[in-house]
Design a protein around this ligand. Structure first.
Ligand SMILES: Cc1cc2nc3c(=O)[nH]c(=O)nc-3n(C[C@H](O)[C@H](O)[C@H](O)COP(=O)(O)OP(=O)(O)OC[C@H]3O[C@@H](n4cnc5c(N)ncnc54)[C@H](O)[C@@H]3O)c2cc1C
Length: 382
């Protein structure tokens, strides 16, 4: 697949996303039009291997699409990123299982949309612990999860869910399973009336499902998280946050240009802030690029993906880029002033800021920093 072809298709979907993004945000509704456009241009299955009907797109390819979508509609970009994070688990850990291979082919063929259920009442954003558990019943398993947040659950064709391996397993002994929408019910327990990322429709549910045991990934969830999911999540989230920041900065630059035209010869007041924001954006982009290279290199080095330093680098990437996103948008707001603060000018950045404020919370940076500190202490005590 040529990168230009992928980006052409992504640009068409991004144009649709841009058209509906204000409406999606105002009414906190799912971005149906943009996701339909992505399905029509077959963007949902691009990461799946070619022999299973996909296009072998790389993490860098998907990151670029997320960044482009983020420039137009944060919620659409987040839905696409979360879907691709789930696809990455299949691609990285499902090739050895017949069921998961067949399912990948279905995702590519039917352009299925995949959701994620990790967050749970009692454990919150602690990815490494579950309360719910697999209950075996013949060749099937049953699971019931108090899922306090599942984005676009009702629009998903399948949900990848984390759970304990068995009712007597410790919280950290987790597996991940794929359940298709005919295999579970969702009882809504919480609304999604939030400051930002409103179109992700991340409501709370009681998730109850039953499916054949073969739909459980063969590898423990800890390996899936460490070897692929952490890197994909933090790089793809970071890329779409980068897109949001780029759009806010471009509005600030347009504002400065307009000011400069009004008063030729005088440097507009916010010019220095635009420069500062541009340098933060460059830092963000280079951090993402370095992380992608780090991941690609780690793929070719046995066990590098499971080292402490790799996990720390990915965690620090998330903390750093989420903070920078908010800072860049705040600079853009200072530049545009009241025109940025108002919701109805070409220089508005309120939606950008509201959406971006989810970044440090989406698995709380303090939680990640706490885990990083704990890991460091364990490592140095050895
Ligand atoms: C836009 C969006 C979409 C989402 N989509 C999904 C989805 O599709 N599926 C899904 O499963 N989840 C989803 N989530 C939920 C997300 O994954 C986290 O579960 C959620 O952000 C809560 O994270 P948290 O528990 O780390 O932080 P919070 O609930 O924000 O914070 C809990 C508090 O605990 C503190 N804390 C710090 N360290 C620790 C520690 N070591 N232990 C305990 N607490 C600590 C934090 O500082 C904070 O004060 C989504 C979230 C957002 C914002």
């Amino acid at each position: 697949m040529a990168q230009s072809d992928l980006m052409d298709r992504a640009s068409q979907a991004a144009a649709v996303a841009a058209q509906y993004c204000e409406e999606v945000d105002a009414s906190a509704r799912f971005p149906h039009e943009a996701i339909r456009a992505m399905r029509d241009s077959r963007l949902l299955g691009v990461m799946i291997p070619r022999d299973l009907g996909g296009e072998d797109a790389s993490l860098a390819d998907i990151a670029e699409v997320c960044c482009l979508l983020g420039q137009h509609c944060s919620s659409t970009a987040m839905v696409y990123a979360m879907h691709q994070i789930k696809v990455s688990s299949l691609v990285s850990h499902g090739r050895g299982s017949n069921w998961h291979r067949d399912f990948m082919a279905r995702v590519a063929q039917d352009q299925l949309l995949l959701g994620s259920s990790t967050t749970e009442a009692g454990t919150g954003g602690d990815l490494g612990a579950s309360v719910c558990a697999i209950e075996r019943d013949g060749n099937d398993f049953k699971v019931r999860k108090e899922a306090s947040v599942i984005s676009y659950a009702r629009q998903s064709d399948a949900i990848l869910i984390t759970t304990r391996r068995a009712p007597d397993a410790p919280a950290s002994d987790q597996v991940m399973a794929v359940l298709t929408k005919d295999q579970y019910t969702l009882e809504k327990t919480a609304d999604w009336n939030t400051l930002g990322m409103r179109g992700t429709c991340s409501e709370g549910f009681i998730f109850e499902g039953r499916a054949p045991l073969e739909q459980i990934f063969p590898e423990p969830f800890a390996d899936i998280a460490g070897r692929s999911m952490l890197a994909h999540a933090h790089i793809l989230w970071g890329s779409l946050w980068c897109g949001i920041a780029m759009n806010a900065l471009s509005r600030a630059q347009a504002y400065i240009r307009a000011e400069a035209r009004k008063k030729p010869g005088a440097t507009p007041a916010g010019a220095a802030r635009v420069g500062a924001a541009a340098s933060m954006l460059q830092l963000m982009k280079s951090s993402l690029k370095t992380a992608m290279q780090r991941y690609e290199n780690a793929l070719t080095t046995p066990d590098e993906l499971t080292t402490m330093s790799f996990a720390l680098d990915m965690n620090n990437l998330k903390i750093g880029v989420s903070r920078l996103t908010v800072e860049i948008i705040q600079e853009a707001l200072m530049v545009c002033g009241i025109h940025g603060y108002k919701n109805d000018t070409p220089y508005s950045v309120g939606r950008h800021l509201r959406d971006a404020l989810s970044a440090p919370l989406m698995i709380n940076n303090d939680r990640i920093a706490g885990n990083t500190e704990l890991a460091r202490r364990i490592y140095t005590a050895r």
